[in-house]
Write a protein that binds this ligand. Structure first.
Ligand SMILES: C[S@@+](CC[C@H](N)C(=O)[O-])C[C@H]1O[C@@H](n2cnc3c(N)ncnc32)[C@H](O)[C@@H]1O
Length: 378
């Protein structure tokens, strides 16, 4: 009986594998990389401060949007029609969007029974790695793609800063007042302005896929999905309770485009995405929460395709705080205890990006708040 059960399962997986390889001509179609010339970015000053009383970026009208040719695993091509001078969306023949997810153990693509990933199609879905054969199951609305998912006897505690956000009450209050208080403490401009500013940096990759890394309760993931500017948004966090909150917010919004977003539980240090398959990674207020920013940014660099863009926000302890004696050794102690990081200058952030293979570093400041952007070399 047991052997028959195993044979049945193997047969099922072989069928799923055939489905996957049947799409291979489209895979070829979707792995080219490039921009049309008009999508090249204008030179931007490397460091500039913005006046908090004025909007940080200008919202460009739809008709003036740049032509974009961002080819990736799940890409929609966007081109400006020269006659109409308006943005027309040319859909890639590749209708599937499930080629971005990878096994966090082998980094090989995961085979899924559903060709189109969405919040709803992931409910009850199982993905399997063709190499190590490990199966990954969805839990409620998210799929658990941590390396230890499915472990029964084994368990491990992460650093305080990571475990803290897994507490149900913390996840509940996060978007209900706490996030807004960042403006007061560190000069975060607020979600709307941060979103507009991020969009400006992401212009060259609009139409592609985006990972909202350490999304929390999905404040920005939902804005990215609702903007319609990306073919797929992956809301990723280590906290299952944050992802639960994100799902509740989605369900409360009747007009939410559920086919544009998926919820993934994963560790930032072990991203479950195929190398060079991602057009953009956004990480709002999260760099300082990661146990090892360099491991995380190296992972982000691995999954970004050539020309892919990383945009992140965090806070800096500089200015008058820079004169606090023993700040650097104090920081080390803080880091060891809390598992979080304190950045002391823009140069540190630039160095971090450069050391992880990202170039064209840019940043914008408002008091302690800093938004950075860096690009995977083309
Ligand atoms: C301050 S919240 C930021 C939430 C949201 N991006 C925002 O802009 O408000 C930091 C997030 O980092 C997540 N986080 C911490 N450690 C992580 C890890 N190792 N892997 C993935 N996410 C992690 C936490 O669960 C939390 O949701």
């Amino acid at each position: 009986m047991r052997i028959r059960g195993r044979l049945e399962k193997e047969k099922q997986m072989r069928m799923m594998a055939t489905m996957f390889t049947n799409n291979s001509p489209n895979v070829l179609l979707s792995t080219k990389i490039g921009y049309s010339s008009s999508s090249r970015r204008r030179p931007t000053p490397r460091f500039f401060k913005f006046n908090s009383s004025t909007p940080i970026v200008t919202n460009y009208p739809l008709a003036a949007k740049p032509a974009i040719r961002a080819f990736s695993a799940s890409t929609v091509l966007t081109e400006t029609d020269p006659l109409l001078d308006s943005t027309a969306t040319v859909e890639n023949k590749d209708k599937t969007n499930n080629k971005v997810l990878a096994c966090p153990i082998c980094y090989e693509p995961l085979i899924s029974s559903t060709p189109i990933l969405s919040v709803d199609s992931l409910r009850g879905a199982t993905l399997q790695c063709n190499t190590c054969k490990k199966a990954y199951y969805s839990k409620e609305a998210h799929i658990d793609l941590t390396a230890s998912s499915g472990a029964k006897a084994y368990g491990e505690l992460r650093p305080i800063m990571t475990e803290f956000f897994r507490i149900p009450l913390v996840s509940f209050v996060y978007e209900r007042g706490w996030r807004q208080s960042f403006s007061f403490w560190s000069g975060f401009p607020g979600p709307e302005k941060e979103f507009e500013s991020a969009k400006e940096y992401l212009k060259p990759v609009l139409g592609g896929n985006i990972i909202d890394a350490s999304c929390g309760s999905g404040l920005f993931s939902r804005l990215f999905a609702k903007s319609g500017l990306f073919s797929l948004v992956v809301a990723l966090d280590f906290s299952e309770n944050m992802l639960r909150q994100c799902y509740e917010f989605i369900k409360e919004d009747k007009d939410f485009p559920e086919e544009k977003l998926i919820l993934v539980r994963a560790d930032i240090s072990r991203l479950p995405f195929v190398s060079s398959s991602v057009d953009a990674v956004h990480a709002g207020a999260a760099l300082h929460c990661w146990p090892s920013p360099s491991t995380a940014v190296a992972e982000i660099s691995r999954v970004l395709r050539r020309g892919g863009i990383f945009v992140a926000t965090t806070y800096l302890v500089d200015g008058p705080f820079g004169f606090i004696p023993f700040l650097r050794p104090l920081r080390q102690n803080f880091l060891q205890i809390s598992g979080s990081h304190v950045f002391l200058s823009e140069d540190e952030l630039e160095d971090l990006c450069r050391s992880c293979g990202l170039v064209e570093f840019k940043c914008v400041r408002n008091r302690g708040f800093v938004m950075i952007s860096a690009t995977k070399p083309s």
